[in-house]
Design a protein around this ligand. Structure first.
Ligand SMILES: Cc1cc2nc3c(=O)[nH]c(=O)nc-3n(C[C@H](O)[C@H](O)[C@H](O)COP(=O)(O)OP(=O)(O)OC[C@H]3O[C@@H](n4cnc5c(N)ncnc54)[C@H](O)[C@@H]3O)c2cc1C
Length: 460
């Protein structure tokens, strides 16, 4: 519990209207899309770097935990205030400060929603191509802090590839600037990238400089239909090593397709596995030529059919199908676990096959989904969270999946982050020495462990 004097100080900094300890707000802030593991004492809505700095000075002095929060769509509990204290909501820092096409950059506050930035960039013929599935809700600050990826990762990479510089408030309130507005720099330690994916544990970003790229002038979208997930996996591997890099390569499995059909009027073909693929380029001929090559590879790998979107409306439908994945899967049962392991491309088909055995062993219902073009696997395990036996099975399956992905040379998370959920596997992936170095870095920035404690196994 925070004492009254501290609450008054917080109200002086942000104004009483931007402070809350109302029960309904505390319950809301106890959750992200993963669930809840802790309730804050209060929350503040900040609008300036100066306010953030003053709050951190206060928290540092009084040793109060602070959890930065953007849109709260994280899937690993990163924004859940597991140690109570203050939730620092940055969603009202939502100004696009500059778009400078000559420099090919934009400068934004962290609360800008990804889709809102895209709306401003698109008429100028430019884009931030990271597009997470949560694009209409999640904020750039959250995207940078989790190193979000997305549907176009196969060709365009993830958020880390677009962050050039930052303004950051440190846990003691000092303000730090990293990077620059230039396309390249070799100057000093790369502090910018240290903050990318740091899940709000090292500092609070209040300004972000992003590189933007030209929008593709032409696209071609298609669907490959397969009778076996493993065939689809091989088709992905062969495509990605063929010299053609599609901008989108998404796997959708039967259970997911059925859920989409039951909850939308998209009427997808109910096959075992579907690959949603898109190519892009400067001309239509370029996009079409890449698609032809991919169709050839799909057919060689037993695709029963390849359908191409002939109109914009058909393309929009295919995208709508993919983007409905989480909402429709969430309706399948009262609980859902979204995994995010990523393996080297050559191991993708092995991962699909071996995970199939895990599903069978524990008799699980899994909506299969993957950003397959970059080896990022997103099985959505749906289950009855009130059934203890079932919960234990889901935990065992996910434990085996993590260990298998790491044994294949992969990683626990391609884009969702570690948060609370995967913290206990960090040493398995990184080893004792790397974990000790991460903790040394954490202590150097945050000696009293007040900033988003309890995440990424950094405590101690
Ligand atoms: C339907 C759905 C689809 C999704 N699809 C994808 C996808 O395709 N790709 C993907 O990568 N993720 C996806 N996600 C997960 C989630 O959207 C991403 O992790 C996203 O980047 C989180 O952004 P947010 O604004 O919601 O951040 P939050 O969840 O609020 O916070 C995430 C982390 O960022 C930290 N943080 C927030 N703002 C700041 C700041 N200013 N300074 C420092 N730290 C900060 C928080 O402390 C926390 O650790 C999806 C989630 C949902 C619900």
């Amino acid at each position: 519990m925070l004492d009254k004097k501290i609450k008054n100080e917080l109200m002086d900094i942000v104004g009483p209207e931007n402070f809350t300890e109302a029960k309904i707000d505390m319950v809301s802030y106890a959750y992200d899309a993963m669930g809840s593991k802790g309730t804050p004492d209060c929350a503040v809505w900040v609008t300036t770097t100066e306010q953030v700095s003053k709050i951190m000075e206060l928290a540092h002095r009084e040793r109060i935990p602070v959890t930065p929060r953007a849109a709260g769509t994280g899937i690993a509990g990163m924004a859940v205030p597991s140690h109570g204290g203050i939730v620092l909501d940055i969603m009202r820092m939502d100004r696009i400060l500059e778009i400078n096409i000559e420099d090919r950059i934009c400068v934004v506050e962290p609360g800008v929603v990804y889709a809102d930035l895209q709306k401003e960039l698109a008429p100028l013929g430019f884009t931030l191509p990271t597009e997470p599935g949560s694009s209409i809700v999640s904020a750039i600050g959250g995207n940078v802090a989790t190193n979000a990826g997305g549907l176009k990762g196969a060709k365009y990479g993830s958020t880390k590839d677009y962050v050039l510089g930052l303004k950051v408030v440190l846990p003691d309130g000092r303000v730090l600037k990293t990077g620059s507005r230039t396309m390249k720099t070799s100057s000093g330690y790369n502090l910018t990238q240290l903050f990318v994916g740091s899940e709000g544990t090292l500092g609070i970003m209040t300004e972000i400089i992003l590189k933007v790229v030209p929008l593709a002038k032409a696209t071609k979208t298609g669907l490959g239909l397969f009778d076996a997930l493993e065939d689809a996996g091989r088709a992905v591997i062969q495509t990605m090593s063929s010299g053609v890099i599609p901008s989108v390569m998404e796997v959708m499995g039967r259970y997911l397709i059925q859920a989409i059909n039951e909850n939308t009027d998209l009427n997808l073909p109910e096959v075992d596995t579907m690959l949603l693929v898109e190519t892009d380029g400067y001309t239509q001929t370029e996009a079409d030529a890449q698609m032809e090559k991919i169709i050839e590879i799909f057919k060689k790998n037993n695709a029963s059919e390849v359908k191409l979107a002939e109109t914009d409306a058909e393309r929009t439908d295919l995208w709508a199908a993919r983007k409905s994945t989480y909402p429709v899967s969430a309706r399948l049962n009262n609980s859902i676990l979204v995994e995010d392991v990523t393996v080297p491309m050559s191991r993708l088909a092995d991962l699909f096959r071996e995970f199939g055995k895990i599903i069978e062993k524990y008799d699980l219902k899994v909506a299969m989904c993957a950003h397959a073009g970059d080896g990022n696997f997103h099985p959505l395990i749906t289950y009855d969270g009130r059934d203890k036996e079932m919960v234990a099975k889901v935990e065992k399956a996910s434990d085996e999946l993590f260990k298998m992905a790491i044994a294949m040379g992969g990683t626990l998370t391609g884009e969702h982050g570690i948060g609370i959920v995967k913290a206990k596997y960090m040493t398995l992936e990184h080893g004792e020495t790397a974990m000790e170095m991460m903790r040394v870095i954490k202590r150097a920035f945050d000696p009293h462990n007040i900033l988003n404690p309890g995440k990424m196994a950094l405590d101690g």
